[in-house]
Design a protein around this ligand. Structure first.
Ligand SMILES: Nc1ncnc2c1ncn2[C@@H]1O[C@H](COP(=O)(O)OP(=O)(O)O)[C@@H](O)[C@H]1O
Ligand SMILES: [Mg+2]
Length: 250
């Protein structure tokens, strides 16, 4: 257990870090108590200074809009640390025990992605492990802004396609009706098929699960990993798969 006192203007924050609760590409995350309240985590960021500063700035902008945990302290020296509010769980952990999301919960996730887009923040790594969830009341607080960027326009449906691809892969027994409906209007014109999530999401709108399960689609994607227009690639794949399963004519 490491302790430190952080100065924030005139106030000071006495924090102690405990058990490690997360390990990712960009950082290690530890349970943290600050001024005797244990509702925080410390993320030790293993990236260059500029990337860590951008991560903290974009997360704080999202936090101000109620979309991410507030950062209570961040500092870059030899390494960078970010002390932030703790979320109760993440979407992947939540689904591992509940296996289902209500309509309201799915709408809350969609809503959070849309609001982030309105702030012109492209999160850059939307998957179930980066969707933080508070349980009471049930609300979404997106975490891990390590790949985030400010952009002119965020394509929410492309993010949703990636999230749905991730969810279908990890929770094939679950259904996400709200997400599916949003994806039906998904505009694939500008997407190439070199992204697993986009490919599976696009294929699912044409190929029913009785014809090819997610693993079959993923294997096909790994074999081709195509950088051409995704609509055309998926249409060909779908035609091939559907033909294979058509009953023989008598
Ligand atoms: N604010 C938080 N509250 C609770 N757990 C968190 C929080 N931030 C991160 N974690 C945990 O740590 C893991 C890794 O953190 P993350 O920010 O996603 O780092 P990486 O960039 O390395 O993926 C998350 O998947 C989650 O389990
Ligand atoms: Mg992460």
């Amino acid at each position: 257990m490491a302790s430190a006192v952080f100065r924030r203007g005139k106030t000071s924050l006495k924090c102690s870090t405990g058990r490690q609760i997360g390990r990712g590409v960009a950082g290690d995350v530890y349970e943290t108590c600050c001024n005797s309240t244990c509702r925080y985590v410390t993320k030790v960021v293993h990236r260059n200074l500029q990337a860590a500063v951008r991560e903290a700035q974009l997360q704080q902008a999202a936090a101000r809009a109620g979309l991410a945990p507030h950062i209570v302290y961040s500092k870059c020296g030899a390494g960078c640390i970010i002390v932030m509010e703790r979320v109760d769980t993440t979407l992947d952990a939540y689904l591992s025990s509940k296996l289902t999301l209500t309509t309201v919960q799915q709408n809350k996730i969609l809503d959070a992605l849309e609001k982030l887009a309105r702030l012109r923040i492209d999160h850059g790594d939307v998957h179930a492990g980066n969707i933080g969830i508070d349980l009471r009341p049930w609300r979404v607080r997106v975490i891990d802004f390590s790949e985030a960027k400010r952009v002119a326009k965020v394509d929410v449906r492309a993010q949703l396609a990636k999230l749905v691809g991730d969810l279908r892969h990890r929770f094939p027994q679950s259904r996400f009706h709200v997400f599916e409906k949003a994806l039906k209007t998904y505009d694939l014109k500008r997407e190439t098929c070199d992204d697993e999530g986009v490919f599976v999401a696009a294929a699912r709108t044409l190929v029913p699960e009785s014809v090819a399960d997610d693993d079959t689609l993923l294997n096909m994607w790994m074999d081709m990993n195509d950088t051409r227009d995704c609509r055309k690639v998926v249409a060909k794949v779908a035609a091939k798969l559907m033909k294979r399963r058509l009953p023989a004519r008598t």
